[in-house]
Design a protein around this ligand. Structure first.
Ligand code: OAD
Length: 246
């Protein structure tokens, strides 16, 4: 049963943001990082997702990213991603901020989007900084090489110990200060960024709604926690809000 306040506020919202984490892609078959089946249960982030790890063994790091790129290439957007894309079409003032690097939001049709942790479908040259798109599937060499200077390309994602892109972060923060509804979906909140972003929206007076089958770091900030899977809860919520509108 969805709270009436959530349905009504979404239906009459002027400006909406959605903040997503790995949980929204779980029903597409993309593993989350933590919890049952989580990547960090079986792999050590310090061996695979840090600049030092890449400097030490770029081939190992790329093999791990090739495994993840393969999983994501086979996955398809689910009903949760589709609702987020539909919300963007509906609201004149809308922004999606995702921690996900899988590209599924884009494939579902989302365009007003900040991929705050980067994207698996491009590489960045460690020497000259050129960003190049990388096709799914086998790469000619590991690490792939920069077409401009032949330097090694690294995955164009944020690693542990690295700073957020300040321009992207600033855009997200400015937007969140203005929203009246923030929907947070499928993030544990165990890295600090979703909590910091949600706090800014809360301080600006937004209603914060968290969608997650389990308790998360967001539960303490959220005005409402909708306990369930994104692919089930989001379509119910969006249908209910649309009924209120019509
Ligand atoms: P986590 O793996 O930490 O958390 C996933 C969350 O999704 C958990 O709270 C789950 O309960 C929830 N979840 C699972 N299935 C779900 C479903 N079907 N619908 C909705 N929610 C579901 O993933 P993130 O919070 O995204 O960073 O992790 C944040 C960052 O930590 C990642 O971007 C990554 C990781 O280390 C970097 O690699 C820099």
């Amino acid at each position: 049963m969805l709270p009436e306040e959530v349905i009504a506020q979404l239906a009459r919202a002027r400006c909406v943001a959605v903040l997503t984490g790995a949980g929204i892609s779980q029903e597409s078959g993309v593993p989350t990082f933590r919890g049952a089946g989580g990547l960090w249960n079986n792999y050590r982030a310090e061996d695979l997702a840090t600049p030092a790890a890449f400097a030490r063994d770029p081939v190992l790091v790329w093999q791990w990213y090739q495994m993840r790129r393969g999983l994501c290439a086979q996955a398809n957007p689910n009903a949760g991603h589709e609702v987020v894309a539909a919300m963007e079409k509906h609201f004149d003032c809308f922004l999606l901020i995702t921690q996900n690097v899988d590209g599924l939001h884009g494939r579902a049709g989302s365009r007003e989007m900040i991929e705050i942790h980067g994207n698996l479908w491009s590489g960045r040259c460690v020497d000259c900084g050129l960003i190049e798109s990388l096709p799914a599937g086998e790469l000619a060499a590991l690490p792939p090489r920069c077409s401009r200077c032949q330097g090694a390309l690294r995955p164009n994602v944020l690693w542990f110990g690295e700073s957020y892109d300040t321009a992207l972060l600033e855009r997200a923060l400015q937007f969140l200060a203005e929203v009246d509804f923030l929907l947070v979906v499928g993030t544990s909140g165990l890295v600090s960024i979703p909590l910091s972003l949600a706090r800014v929206a809360a301080q600006g007076g937004a209603l914060i709604v968290d969608v997650n089958p389990a308790d998360s770091g967001l539960s303490t900030i959220a005005h409402h926690s909708l306990r369930g899977r994104a692919g089930e809860v989001l379509p119910l919520l969006w249908t209910a809000a649309n009924k209120t509108l019509s």
